[in-house]
Design a protein around this ligand. Sequence first.
Ligand code: ADP
Ligand code: MG
Length: 231
Amino acid sequence: METIKLDQIEKIYGRGASETKALSGINFTADAGELVSITGPSGSGKSTFLKLIGGILSPTSGELTINGQNYNQMTRAHQSQFRLDQLGFILQSYNLVPYLTVREQFELVGRVKPKHNLAPAEFKELCSALAIGDLMNDYPDQLSGGQQQRVAIARAMYPNPSIILADEPTAALDGKRAVQIMEIFQKIAHHQNKTVLLITHDSRLIKYVDRNYQIVDGHGQFVSKNDQSLV
Ligand SMILES: Nc1ncnc2c1ncn2[C@@H]1O[C@H](COP(=O)(O)OP(=O)(O)O)[C@@H](O)[C@H]1O
Ligand SMILES: [Mg+2]
């Protein structure tokens, strides 16, 4: 089942002299059960691409359909509810709330979205897979970069979204941890039938994905994972 479809998407930042065309002619689809990597040089439009899919930005033109629904046709309120129910976003900066403990980060999610989150046993399993079970009483500034990143990943997964969007989620992690995160993403995609999109610069991780989409200078195409020049 197709969960994400972009048809001739264009994104221009700014106006007039300060105009930047970040993306043009983007056609992309992903299915439930797929783990897809997004690669390309710095400044090529990868984060813009993910933010459009996440509804954080609006396209300048083109059609964007997520789980059969067109963002442009939704009200603002519907868009927010839709994002909350369907999308898990893992950003480049970890976005943890500095004055809340790890446990409270999850409780906050539970207050904003009280229903259909992971069951306690599933949550416990996720925390142990990410090795954050012992960090529940710590504040973000007591954690290493890698620990913060793992908490941010768990927090994005806790609401049980159908689509997970991750912007370089393994950047702060050592090689062994990065592989563990890729295995978790694989499991989520393949066993739970979710769509996972992941921006990465790490060519060693490409072997874990099902397909790779490369963005260069605002233009995108699917490229074989075996193409060594893709990251
Ligand atoms: N908020 C913004 N305002 C203006 N230009 C931006 C903004 N965000 C990104 N850009 C520009 O859009 C292009 C693509 O950026 P980005 O999507 O962040 O690329 P990547 O994630 O591949 O590094 C770059 O030229 C960047 O400078
Ligand atoms: Mg980026």
